[in-house]
Ligand binder design. Structure first.
Ligand SMILES: [Zn+2]
Length: 441
């Protein structure tokens, strides 16, 4: 059975559920072929005759911008000749020279997504000079050859679940390239670029899940516009201060590497750093002034699952403020470090016992994270007593016999400021009142 799916201008026109015997029936059935902007074809089981019919029918779809073709051995010429074709999604293992030559016809093609490629003639790069985005998915290629340099308009290059043995450093010289994803390609080393005099416009580079043992300083030195850098899951042990100081990085993610020493200079010498992620490393100590530095830069430092034993008071206080709340994180996140684990055990036990007691007595229940309501408990018995400074006596008669009936403690989503409010009830005079507090950092 053959499947043909057509996408309509306004909504997705999906015919995959229908079983189609003759392609021409479906294509001719459409009232306004000029309104169709997307075609999705599975041509893998079409007979020669059906393919020829398809060839002759496609030209009427003059406004088609996107075509998806499953398991194609040969792209029908009429598709590559569509005057508005901007995007092509293909699943193909070994495209022939002849098929690649057909790309010369695509005058406005901007985006290609290749699936399952095993080989690609290098003339491909010659015939697609207007390409702006190139995606490889589930592909095993020997290399991205030097002829990649011909894609002068390329802005984005992505690899997803690919194995590429060698990537020509010409990639980094592409004048318009803004982002490149080089994840999980098995890269061990990136040799310094020569002859590239800081012309790259690259803003983002992802080198995660490779086997880099050292920071790719030689490469990064030549990428002056770089703002975001992901090197998650490599084997990096240290950062070269002289190569990074003064750079404009906004985000550096070094999750799951082998760093033992906290690179304090990042917070001092990288101007706009706002996310510095060092989760899952082996750092034992952090600088005494880390909180003040991070706060001054408005930077979040992620240090979960390291080996930190002690922290300064301001870090500890900030962590307390955010404890048990899903978002935002504390300025310096130190969850799952020896320090935090010990504190958490003590705190959790205390809270748990208190809440269990109050739930048993029916006086106070947690209705949401950090929010409690009940018939009332003494301020010193409330689960939020360490976070909220409850009043100790009635505002009207000064009796100390007051109950907290409602309390909520939150940390503001954006600023990280603390906010709380509560209601109390005086058991002597019957006064009911509320109180609230908002911190402005
Ligand atoms: Zn009172």
């Amino acid at each position: 059975m053959k499947k043909i799916k057509l996408m309509h201008l306004d909504d997705l026109y999906d015919l995959t559920a229908q079983q189609i015997i003759n392609t021409s029936v479906i294509l001719e059935n459409k009232q306004n072929p000029e309104k169709i902007i997307g075609l999705s074809l599975d041509v893998s089981n079409l007979s020669e005759e059906a393919l020829q019919q398809l060839e002759s029918l496609i030209p009427q779809y003059q406004n088609v911008q996107k075509v998806t073709i499953e398991k194609v051995q040969h792209i029908p010429n009429s598709i590559l000749g569509l005057p508005s074709l901007q995007e092509l999604v293909l699943s193909c293992e070994h495209p022939s020279q002849e098929m690649i030559a057909g790309f010369k016809e695509c005058t406005v093609l901007k985006r290609i997504v290749w699936h399952n490629l095993r080989s690609l003639p290098s003339s491909f790069y010659e015939y697609t000079p207007k390409l702006e985005e190139l995606w490889f998915k589930y592909s095993t290629l020997d290399e991205i050859p030097e002829s990649i340099a011909q894609l002068k308009e390329l802005k984005l290059m992505m690899f997803e679940r690919c194995k590429i043995r060698k990537v020509s450093s010409n990639v980094f010289t592409l004048p318009k390239l803004k982002a490149i994803d080089l994840r999980s390609l098995g890269i061990e080393e990136i040799t310094p670029l020569t002859g590239l005099v800081q012309v790259s416009r690259l803003r983002e580079i992802n080198l995660s899940h490779n086997v880099l043992k050292s920071f790719p300083a030689g490469l990064l030195e030549n990428l002056p516009k770089l703002k975001e850098l992901w090197i998650v899951g490599n084997k990096i042990t240290e950062l070269p201060e002289e190569q990074i100081a003064g750079k404009n990085y906004e985000r550096i993610d070094l999750t799951n590497n082998a760093l033992k020493v906290f690179p304090g200079f990042i917070l001092e010498q990288v101007k706009k750093i706002s996310f510095f992620v060092l989760k899952d490393n082996q750092i034992k100590e952090i600088p005494e002034n880390i909180f003040a530095l991070a706060r001054q830069k408005k930077c979040f430092v992620k240090l979960e699952n390291n080996l930190i034993e002690t922290v300064s008071q301001d870090v500890e206080k900030d962590v307390e403020k955010h404890r048990g709340l899903p978002y935002p994180p504390p300025r310096i996140d130190i969850k799952d470090n020896p320090f935090f684990v010990r504190k958490e055990e003590i705190q959790n036990t205390t809270y748990r016992l208190l809440i269990e007691k109050q739930v048993r007595e029916g006086t106070c229940v947690e209705i949401a994270s950090g929010e409690y309501r009940g018939s009332g408990v003494l301020p010193e018995e409330h689960p939020l007593k360490n976070r909220i400074s409850f009043r100790q006596q009635c505002g009207k008669c000064n009796s100390k016999n007051i109950f907290i009936t409602y309390a909520k403690f939150t940390v503001h989503l954006m600023s990280g400021d603390v906010y709380w409010d509560y209601n109390y009830h005086c058991n002597k005079c019957g006064e009911k009142d509320d109180s609230s507090y908002a911190e402005n950092n």
